[in-house]
Design a protein around this ligand. Sequence first.
Ligand SMILES: [Zn+2]
Length: 241
Amino acid sequence: MNEQLSKLISLQELDVEIRRLQSEVNSLPVRQQELEQQFAASVKDYLDLKQQLDAALAEKRQLEYNLEDEQQKHQKFKDDLNKMTAPNIKIYETIMREIDTTRKTISVYETELLKQMERTEKLEALTGERQPEMEARRKEVDRQLAEWASATATAQQRLEELLAARAPMLAELGGEARSTYDRLSRMRSGLALSEARDYSCLACRMRIRPQVFNDIKRGEQIITCESCGRILYFKAEAATP
Ligand SMILES: [Zn+2]
């Protein structure tokens, strides 16, 4: 086979692999993001419950604080009453009123707190029920992410090896073949060469005349497709099914 042609074929094979690896490496952040979004959507119910639980717990703490505060006030008024030495009906009545008011408020807080405790217990039970499933999903996501990260690292390494191998390959090509390859590669979405099979250009499906096809098969000269302009080559192994 024509030496330039066989070098061009190797170069294109290399470039196709380089592009595949590049797109694999480049797509990692998008794949990661999509997976995280899927995960977030799949555990949305759980996260909503968790949020309700957090809010309920915060409300419960606030009620506990309010209750304690009110109990202290209540106690203070009781102490004031005990400390009264001279009977003063007006002060006495005021203190008694305060004792009564704080007692009522305490009772309201206690009732609310009981309700709130029931609520948080229910929410805790619900989130607890779902937690194992959620954790299993997260584990699966993490496993997938680790697998991708490791595959990407391998691809990145391979990519660097191929890029290093490309420079000498390009240098070996003659100046004309190199510029033809570059030009076609740019114009034809990265594929400067096309396989000729069954009297057709595989890239553009254009029929190839038998005489030209036989020339391509011999591979002695560089022949381009009349339709798409790509350099045509014949793969011997493709002929035998
Ligand atoms: Zn073609």
